[in-house]
Design a binder for this molecule. Structure first.
Ligand SMILES: [Fe+2]
Ligand SMILES: [Fe+2]
Length: 471
């Protein structure tokens, strides 16, 4: 199914046939462009960037590459094609036809799910807005902008659902998406991790590795939804999310490669004098990003999450592949519990542990990249290992919120935490150093001191291709 680019808002949902909806979205569009100019990537409005634009949602060749002047990027509304005779796959309505319109009794829950997801999309653009000033190469600058325009499109995807299915309160929610801002003390973004500035490129790669992977898992759970327009929207968004995680994983890999090369070349663990980033600094960035991302999944025990599942609104990761009745009525599972003697366990209704289940799948998926990072270290004959910290480490939400633990998961006192946390989490000094090496590199094919070149360029182009034109 091709996307109609003749419309003011490119789409594959026959927007032209619904003049009222089209008018509502056309009213929102100028506010969006205003927001992009004010809160989007700094100093980018004059650049032409070699970007991928979706031209079809078919699996074969949905992407088109060309130079784009970013404010003119064709943000639009693309849903995967409907699956014929699709049935609800879980919860109380399992086996019934999927909903093509909002089920009235679940309206407010659905709106909340869509708003929470939607809010993260413009938030990440805001968080990353300063990074264009310090890109380590043209290749990386282009990738940053690609991620940014796609997050912008993800906002469009959620705003479409709000406008198309929720009437006036949907339109109000859509307006508020542009009024909350990352880090704004008065009107912050909804989730905490989406209010931190992404201040350097190591953080950007960690963000696209960890935060975008949270995005993948949330979208995958919503892609199971019985509300079919939401499921189809999220399925298409997942194809874009995969690219964001690619940017993160290959980015971290290239930083690490450079670190290992410098370590061997100078026979030292401390590569700062040579403009590199030490392995233990990389570990601290991992500790920080991973732990705040675990918080994004919410409390381990949650009646909201149980309701979303029973109502058929939000499933589990790869729901259809799971070997159970997909209803879980009366099922019990054991979850951890913090006691005076350490971490114990308790048995509770499985339905209330949906957040924990999704988080555990996220952890497995995150570990896969860590294994690849460690192979890279090994290949350089270096004796070091990067690891994900324990789920008890540095947590603000859920059962571990009130405790202190080492990255290995050992419970410690508040004093021990205060005395040791500088060894586990980025310090002011670490931030200062990492920022000090963020010097922009704009000559085609050249890389900053702290990162190795990518293995290959974008879409078959050479690494020294002029991915961004500054004129
Ligand atoms: Fe996104
Ligand atoms: Fe993303």
């Amino acid at each position: 199914m091709n996307i109609d680019y003749n419309e003011t808002i490119p789409n594959n949902v026959d927007l032209g046939d619904d003049r009222r909806l089209l008018r509502a979205l056309e009213r929102w569009q100028p506010a969006y462009i205003e927001w992009w100019k004010e809160m989007g990537p700094v100093q980018s409005d004059m650049h032409k960037i070699y970007l991928r634009t979706a031209v079809s949602v078919d699996t074969d060749g949905w992407a088109h590459f060309d130079y784009v002047h970013m404010p003119e990027y064709r943000w639009g509304i693309f849903l995967n094609q409907p699956e014929k005779d699709r049935k609800i796959g879980f919860g109380a309505h399992k086996g019934e036809d999927v909903w093509t319109d909002i089920p009235g009794e679940y309206r407010s829950e659905l709106r909340r799910l869509i708003v929470t997801q939607g809010d993260t999309e413009p938030a990440s653009v805001e968080q990353q807005r300063q990074l264009g000033r310090t890109a380590p190469s043209l290749y990386d600058l282009r990738n940053l902008y690609q991620v940014n325009v796609e997050e912008g499109r993800h906002l469009w995807a959620m705003v479409y659902l709000l406008h198309a299915y929720f009437g006036r309160d949907g339109r109000e929610e859509a307006d508020e998406m542009l009024e909350r801002h990352a880090g704004d003390p008065d009107r912050p973004r909804i989730l905490k991790a989406f209010n931190e500035e992404t201040a350097d490129w190591l953080s950007f790669f960690m963000f696209t590795y960890f935060q975008d992977r949270d995005g993948k898992f949330q979208l995958a759970a919503l892609a199971e939804s019985g509300f079919d327009p939401l499921a189809r929207t999220c399925r298409f968004m997942l194809t874009e999310e995969a690219h964001h995680m690619f940017v993160g994983e290959t980015g971290i890999m290239r930083v690490l490669q450079r670190t290992c090369e410098l370590m061997n070349q100078h026979n030292t663990d401390d590569v700062r004098p040579y403009g590199g980033i030490n392995i233990n600094t990389i570990q601290k960035w991992i500790n920080f990003h991973y732990s705040i991302c675990l918080d994004l999944f919410g409390s381990e025990r949650s009646t909201n999450a149980a309701n979303y599942f029973s109502m058929g609104l939000k499933g589990r990761y790869r729901e259809s592949k799971l070997d159970d009745d997909h209803k879980l009525d009366g099922e019990q599972v054991e979850i951890p519990r913090v006691t005076e003697n350490g971490i114990g366990s308790e048995t509770i209704a499985a339905l209330t542990t949906m957040n924990l289940k999704l988080r555990q799948d996220y952890t497995k998926d995150s570990q896969r990249g860590l294994n690849r990072f460690n192979k890279m270290i090994d290949a350089h004959d270096i004796d070091a290992t990067l690891s994900l910290p324990a789920d008890t480490f540095n947590r603000s939400i859920g059962i571990y919120a009130g405790i202190n633990a080492t990255p290995e998961g050992k419970l410690i006192s508040g004093e021990e935490w205060a005395a040791s946390k500088h060894a586990w989490l980025p310090t002011d000094d670490d931030h200062k150093y990492v920022r000090s090496i963020m010097i922009p590199v704009t000559a085609p094919g050249k890389m900053a001191s702290w990162i190795a070149p990518p293995k290959r360029g974008i879409h078959g182009q050479p690494i020294d291709y002029e991915y961004v034109l500054f004129h």
